[in-house]
Design a protein around this ligand. Structure first.
Ligand SMILES: [Zn+2]
Length: 294
């Protein structure tokens, strides 16, 4: 890849994550903010109907609708399944996308600060992530080893980035986090501009990467009802080490439930509101250092 020609900024893939929605509206009103000389930037409101109704989605989670077989399946006609097909027409197709980079803007109720989720370990993505963390050490970078085809919107192109910012409640704007997300978008666009001009700054040769290794659900009864809450000692402790034996849940009658894994992990998406229905109380990651190639 020698040149990045088109970048897509997507907001409101989840309709009740307002930061991305209102950033897209701002960029549409003031396009010069995201214009750079060497490439074209387009904006996309992911799930307008869900935004109107202040819901994450109408029928299905849009950000789980981008598997190739689903995009090509004419029998899938829920609102988000159709919306995914429309977005696939605009940005895709997978493997031959019309855009070189996707920045998909999300928020989380977990305390994840500014988090960048990579689609893969493409050298460009790692270098960009290393640059961002060198500029702002509070930025965290994560990655999922693919064991099956990704269903996320960002997977429409090779250089797909999910930006998760939190903690912020669903359906709420937070001025500080809005400004930080906005600045992060500009820094990423400026980096791409520099890349196109051969002016990419050499930064760190290593990158701290949080690799997803699994999820933990809430304790549930036979009816599927949760039996405990995130323990107060774990609340808002995203990206901090969790050791075996440390409490993770508190039952409604006050009993502590400890983490029973074999080694230290770094939980993220702790108590994410949207994940109760997905059977996820938190995602577990391993912290690792990745050596960057030139
Ligand atoms: Zn989201």
């Amino acid at each position: 890849m020698n040149q990045i020609n088109r970048v897509a900024i997507v907001g409101g893939t989840h309709g009740n994550e307002f930061t991305g929605v209102y950033l897209i509206k701002k960029f549409n009103q003031f396009p010069y903010l995201i214009e750079r000389p060497s490439f074209e930037t387009l904006t996309l409101l992911g799930n307008p109907k869900a935004f109107e109704e202040n819901r994450r989605y109408i029928d299905n989670d849009l950000n789980r609708c981008f598997k190739s077989q689903d995009l090509l399946d004419p029998t899938l006609c829920g609102y988000e399944q159709m919306r995914a097909k429309a977005i696939h027409q605009i940005l895709g197709p997978k493997g031959k996308s019309q855009v070189d980079v996707i920045l998909d803007l999300h928020t989380t109720t977990a305390n994840m600060g500014l988090s960048i989720m990579l689609e893969n370990q493409h050298p460009f993505s790692l270098q960009l992530a290393a640059y961002l963390t060198s500029m702002n050490p509070l930025i965290k970078v994560s990655w999922t080893q693919p064991n099956q085809e990704s269903a996320l919107l960002r997977s429409l192109c090779e250089l797909g980035f999910v930006i998760e910012v939190g903690p912020v409640a669903q359906g709420v704007l937070n001025a500080d986090l809005f400004a930080k997300t906005e600045k992060l978008v500009y820094v990423m666009l400026d980096y791409i501009e520099g890349y196109n001009k051969g002016l990419v700054p050499q930064t760190h040769s290593t990158l701290t990467l949080y690799e997803y290794v699994g999820t933990l659900d809430y304790p549930r009864n036979e009816k599927g009802e949760i039996q405990a809450m995130i323990h107060q000692q774990l609340q808002f402790r995203d990206y901090e080490p969790l050791n075996p034996g440390e409490p993770i849940f508190l039952t409604f009658d006050g009993k502590e439930i400890a983490y029973e894994g074999e080694s230290t992990v770094y939980p993220v998406f702790i108590n994410e509101a949207a994940y109760y229905e997905k059977g996820i109380a938190m995602c577990l990651t391993k912290k690792q250092q990745v050596l960057l190639r030139d």
